[in-house]
Structures are given as structure tokens and as C-alpha cells.
Design a protein. Structure first.
Length: 190
């Protein structure tokens, strides 16, 4: 079955919410306090996600038929706030593709921007490192959450070629997958 990278639709909201909560419970919740876990579940309600998608600079999902198995959200051009992939579909290049499409959108539409930042969960550190992000803070705790502030210097592909390929042997395989799946046309979302 073919993966479809596109903009989120309102009909996707139940599937996105369900997938994000499942990925969070599997990969992130063990690092966070009980209260912080409950807050996260509340924050990714369908209503809140609908608002976040509507006001986002860029958002995209990966669909497998009717099911949403990945999502990325840039609330603003310099910030990524949500990168989640279904636990059943990790390590297939889905998050790399979603993030890469978002970063390319930033480069095409806000070329003056030189850095994109995010707060990474502990489990996602190897993933972001493979994409060329670097820590710009120590790991910190905030209201029961645990994260590290990371930054990616643009241009994305130049920095990956210069830095990540040496740092991460998986680089070449990941980049080939992204190149094979990327869309030639720039769009606001998807
Ligand atoms: C982090 C996450 C988004 C990665 O999604 P994914 O689709 O599996 O990532 P990709 O397949 O694109 O991974 C690309 C590369 O990143 C690295 N990587 C990804 N997950 C990794 C892991 N668990 N351990 C080590 N390296 C990892 C690998 O180099 C991988 O390439 P490879 O599979 O060829 O070795 C996913 O595990 C997830 O949803 N986690 C829970 C939510 C979360 O923490 N999100 C981040 C919030 S800041």
C-alpha cells in the first residue's frame, strides 16, 4: 500500500489524535511525570489540533489509506512542535520525509531564516541527530516534561551533506529515501 504525504484534512483529526497519543504513550510517556502525561493527552485533543493546523505555518501528514501514520507541525517558520509516527510504522523514513518537506517549505518561502528549533524528547534525540539537528541546551525538566533544545542550521541539505553524513552512517540511506519520496511542487501544507 502506498504512503500519501499531504496536508491534513478535518476528517483526519480523530486518526491524528489517536496516533499521536499512541506514539506518545509508547515512546515518550515513560520519561515524563504522570501529570505531564495527562496534560499532553489533553493538549492533543481534536479541537486543539484543528486550531493548531489552521494557524500553522506548515503542517503535513502521512496517510496509509484512511489511517494517519505520521504528522509534522511548524507553528511558525522557526519552530517545529510536533513530529510523531505511529509505533507500527517507525524506521521507514516517514518522520524524515515529513520533516524534510517542512524544512524545504521554510527554505522556499522564508529564505532569510537560518535556524529551525524544537524541544526534543529523549527518545527522539537519535532521530533529530540523524537529520542534522544539534543540542543548544542541556537536557532540562519543565513541569514534569523532559526535553533538550535542538537547532538545525539551514540550508538543510547543505548542512546535512557537510555534517550529518560524517556523524551518522545511516545518513545516505535516509537521504535517498527522502529524495525518492519528495514532491517537486512547493505547497503551503502537505
Ligand atoms: C522520533 C520519531 C518521530 C521517528 O520517526 P521515524 O519515522 O521512525 O523516523 P525515520 O524512520 O525517519 O528515522 C530516520 C533515522 O533517524 C534515526 N532514528 C530514528 N528513530 C531512531 C531510534 N529509535 N533509535 C535510533 N535511531 C533512530 C535513524 O538513523 C533513522 O534511520 P534508519 O532507520 O535508516 O537507521 C518516532 O520514533 C516517534 O514518533 N517517536 C515518538 C514521538 C516523539 O518523541 N517525537 C518527537 C517529539 S520532539
Amino acid at each position: 500500500m502506498e504512503l500519501n504525504y499531504r496536508a491534513p484534512r478535518s476528517l483526519d483529526l480523530p486518526s491524528v489524535t489517536c496516533m499521536v497519543r499512541a506514539a506518545f504513550d509508547r515512546f515518550v510517556a515513560p520519561e515524563w511525570s504522570v501529570g505531564a502525561r495527562a496534560n499532553f493527552h489533553d493538549e492533543v485533543s481534536e479541537e486543539n489540533l484543528a486550531r493548531a493546523f489552521a494557524s500553522a505555518f506548515y503542517c503535513g501528514v502521512c496517510a496509509l489509506e484512511q489511517e494517519i501514520i505520521g504528522v509534522v507541525l511548524f507553528p511558525s517558520p522557526r519552530l517545529v512542535s510536533l513530529t510523531f509516527v505511529s509505533p507500527a510504522h517507525v524506521r521507514r523514513g516517514i518522520a524524515s520525509t515529513l520533516l524534510g518537506r517542512g524544512v524545504r517549505y521554510v527554505e522556499q518561502h522564508q529564505p532569510e531564516i537560518s535556524v529551525v528549533c524544537l524541544n526534543a524528547t529523549r527518545n527522539a534525540m537519535p532521530f533529530y541527530s540523524a537529520q542534522g539537528f544539534f543540542p543548544i541546551s542541556p537536557e532540562f525538566e519543565h513541569c514534569g516534561t523532559v526535553a533538550t533544545r535542538l537547532a538545525l542550521w539551514l540550508p538543510y541539505y547543505d548542512s546535512l551533506h557537510g555534517i550529518a553524513r560524517r556523524a551518522n552512517p545511516a545518513f545516505n540511506r535516509t537521504r535517498r529515501h527522502v529524495a525518492a519520496t519528495r514532491s517537486p511542487s512547493a505547497r503551503r501544507t502537505g
